[in-house]
Design a binder for this molecule. Structure first.
Ligand SMILES: [Zn+2]
Length: 213
């Protein structure tokens, strides 16, 4: 874990926005801008996808990122790589210490497998992403672009046997992660609405984003 605080002051941000639990954020971050996600109340999961804004077929790749850094967890110093092995963004500050990119986003299908058949109708991150791209066709994103993701603030430790476990969050109110864009990137966040997972304490809460030039 690499817990490093940022020098940037929220009062100097170009803009800030709150994202309610179950809502999404879709926006563009220019190369050189710094982008922060704040876990306002703690133990929330921000299910996030990144794309090259100039060619959205180039997207965040968990495999390329993990292979190049030889670490399954993301924290300060991690370079987030694309399916073309280019660096999209760098994590430059992190007061949580560890973020997941293995667990995947919740979907109605996985909810039935993990929890119960009757959970199928519950709101899931994949639905929020699909709603975002349907409401904003100007980004040029399609269903096929919804791929593997980062779960900021989510605690999914790998066991010694190589399994994955969903655990209580290690985040806390006000913890944040900060990334500097290396190229112009589209950011798509689903602020997870999940009610069945200990990662968010069974209680989805808002997150805040902030952008600095
Ligand atoms: Zn989710």
């Amino acid at each position: 874990m690499s817990v490093i605080a940022s020098d940037l002051l929220i009062d100097n941000a170009r803009y800030t926005q709150s994202i309610k639990a179950g809502d999404y954020y879709l926006g563009t971050i220019k190369a050189g801008q710094t982008f922060r996600i704040v876990d306002l109340e703690g133990n929330q999961a921000a299910d996030t996808l990144f794309f090259n804004a100039n060619d959205p077929s180039e997207r965040y790749s968990a495999m390329d990122t993990i292979r190049e850094q030889s670490n399954v967890y993301l924290t300060t110093g991690s370079e987030l790589r694309s399916n073309l092995n280019n660096v999209l963004l760098r994590i430059v500050a992190d007061t949580c210490g560890r973020h997941d990119t293995l667990g995947g986003a919740c979907a109605t299908e996985s909810n039935t497998v993990r929890y119960d058949l009757e959970k199928r109708c519950m709101h899931a991150c994949r639905d929020s992403w699909m709603l975002a791209i349907a409401e904003h066709p100007e980004y040029g994103l399609h269903k096929r672009d919804i791929s593997h993701n980062i779960n900021f603030f989510m605690n999914v430790p790998v066991t010694p046997e190589g399994g994955l476990t969903f655990e209580d969050g290690i985040s806390a109110p006000g913890k944040y992660v900060e990334l500097t864009a290396v190229m112009d990137v589209i950011v798509l966040i689903s602020n997870c609405p999940q009610l069945n997972n200990p990662c968010n304490g069974y209680n989805p809460t808002p997150v805040q984003i902030a952008v600095w030039d």
